[in-house]
Design a protein around this ligand. Structure first.
Ligand SMILES: [Fe+2]
Length: 192
């Protein structure tokens, strides 16, 4: 299930809020300018990229127009234990976005399958948002954030861009990211 855990940015062990309630999540993220929404899951999420986009065409088209997104694509990671290269590929993919960075445009993702965790760093707090299938999340432009796909990356997400290089990040020199619990830790912990 989708999960939000908020911690002070100087104290990763202290949990200020941990919730799986959609209304609480939406309310807690709203002051940051974050959009958190849920789309009804469609059946053919495991298909080709074009199938995933076709399954959510109505929602995607609406968001494209409202958000001024010119480009939409599908990114996916799936464990392949038959492939000896997969662990290295997964590690490299995970590392890529595991340190704090910003973008000049909103980072908008819809999870059609699997899960991943966005960490937003704002107002002296870290907001760890575990997104699951059906979740749409926007990280506002210039907001410090990072993303953890866990030790066994497994997700299919639709990405929305205003510019072709919109995904390129400007990395923060004093990143605090590695001090905070990762996706696997967050999902493994019990909700109080
Ligand atoms: Fe990013």
């Amino acid at each position: 299930m989708s999960l939000l855990q908020i911690m002070p940015d100087h104290d990763p062990d202290r949990v200020l809020l941990r919730t799986q309630e959609r209304t609480e999540i939406t309310a807690a993220l709203a002051p940051l300018g974050v959009t958190f929404d849920r789309w009804t899951l469609r059946s053919n999420d495991g298909g080709a990229d074009t199938d995933v986009l076709a399954a959510y065409r109505d929602e995607v088209d609406l968001l494209r127009v409202n958000g001024g997104f010119r480009l939409v694509d599908v990114v996916r990671m799936a464990p392949d234990d038959e492939d000896p290269q997969w662990p290295a590929t997964a590690r490299a993919a995970r590392e890529k976005f595991l340190d704090e960075h910003t973008h000049t445009e909103d980072e908008v993702r819809f999870f059609a399958q699997g899960a991943g965790c966005f960490y937003l760093h704002a107002g002296g707090k870290v907001y760890a948002m575990v997104c699951e299938a059906g979740d749409l999340l926007s990280v506002p432009a210039n907001t410090r954030h990072w993303f953890d796909m866990g030790e066994r990356p497994n997700f299919t997400a639709i990405r929305f861009f205003q510019e072709e290089d919109g995904w390129v990040g400007a990395f923060v020199a004093d990143s605090i990211a590695r001090r905070f619990p990762g996706l696997d830790q967050l999902r493994g912990a019990t909700v109080a």
